[in-house]
Write a protein that binds this ligand. Structure first.
Ligand code: GRG
Length: 291
């Protein structure tokens, strides 16, 4: 399998759906809708929706039209987190996905509102999808725990509160597993739920996704040290004072830790792909990526 083509083909399909699911700029109020579309449609790897779709397909799901709204919702929530993460009160980033970040383009007020609107629109899309009520309920339970105080927001809270002077590996694991890996975990898990997979497959997707997300965030930390602005689409060396894997372990050992998480992830995900290597290829792609 050519993983680049696999990701490119899914990204195209995810992008088409996102374009459909987002409100048009003509709808009132136009500036809000312009800002919502701006960050979402600026690019991005669409890795979370693709993980959901891959887990769904490997678990025997085939009704993609029915489940695409959930993949759009996942990407809208991700875009919302990026907009808020870039704000001066958080990471203070001027660029995202190769263009000005939302608050630089539209001002902080509109960027905050665009993020908020993407968040609620994600749930609007799921509520109006044609999924069976029981599936909607299970998806919402997984998604809301993942993005809330016990998930991404909890992780981000500790991320903004502690800097690299705090050398606690436990705190670092909490931050990375919550602010980033939890969303990978939920994306994989939701794919299996939507396919009606068995309990052991759902659990494997949840655990494997979490381990993959850890490897992904460690690579993200490494790219902040070693990456190039042009490839990353945003400033690099921004995490100098942050609590990251390189700040505790250095970049070389961080690479070894990322590989370890990748192989642990693969062990879990093997249950979903006894004869397939899609997740294996995705993981290898993610830890070798340059953006
Ligand atoms: C409740 C979702 C939510 C957010 C509120 C702002 C915030 C709290 C959390 C920030 C979480 C965050 C942005 C973590 C960093 C994760 C990360 C490495 C993002 C980059 O993801 P990629 O590489 O980006 O998939 P693209 O642009 O390819 O989509």
């Amino acid at each position: 399998m050519n993983i680049e083509n696999y990701l490119k083909n899914w990204k195209k399909r995810v992008d088409e759906k996102l374009n459909e699911h987002l409100p048009s700029e003509e709808e009132y109020p136009p500036l809000l809708h312009k800002a919502m579309r701006y960050t979402v449609l600026a690019g991005g790897k669409r890795i979370r929706p693709i993980l959901m779709l891959t887990a769904y397909s490997l678990s025997g799901g085939h009704n993609f039209d029915e489940i695409m709204p959930v993949s759009s919702a996942i990407e809208l929530i991700h875009a919302y987190s990026l907009i808020h993460d870039d704000l001066p009160a958080m990471d203070d980033d001027d660029y995202r996905r190769g263009i000005l970040s939302s608050h630089k383009k539209f001002g902080e007020d509109i960027a905050i509102l665009a993020g908020d609107a993407l968040f609620s629109h994600a749930f609007y899309i799921i509520a109006h999808s044609h999924l069976k009520p029981i599936l909607k309920e299970r998806v919402l339970k997984t998604l809301t725990i993942t993005i809330g105080n016990k998930g991404i927001i909890g992780g981000q809270t500790e991320d903004v509160l502690f800097d690299s002077s705090n050398k606690s590996p436990k705190l670092l694991r909490y931050i990375h597993s919550h602010k980033t890996a939890s969303f990978f975990s939920a994306s994989c898990e939701i794919g299996t739920i939507l396919a009606g997979a068995k309990k052991d497959q759902i659990l494997a997707a949840r655990k494997g996704g979490l381990l993959m997300g850890m490897a992904f965030q460690i690579q993200d930390d490494i790219l902040d040290v070693e990456g190039k602005k042009e490839e990353m689409g945003k400033e690099v060396k921004k995490d100098n004072n942050k609590l990251t894997y390189p700040s505790i372990y250095g970049t070389d050992f961080s690479k070894i830790i990322a590989k370890k998480y990748s192989s642990l992830a693969l062990k879990q995900l093997k249950i979903l792909e006894p004869k397939d290597e899609t997740f294996k290829n995705i993981i290898n792609f993610l830890i070798a990526r340059k953006n």
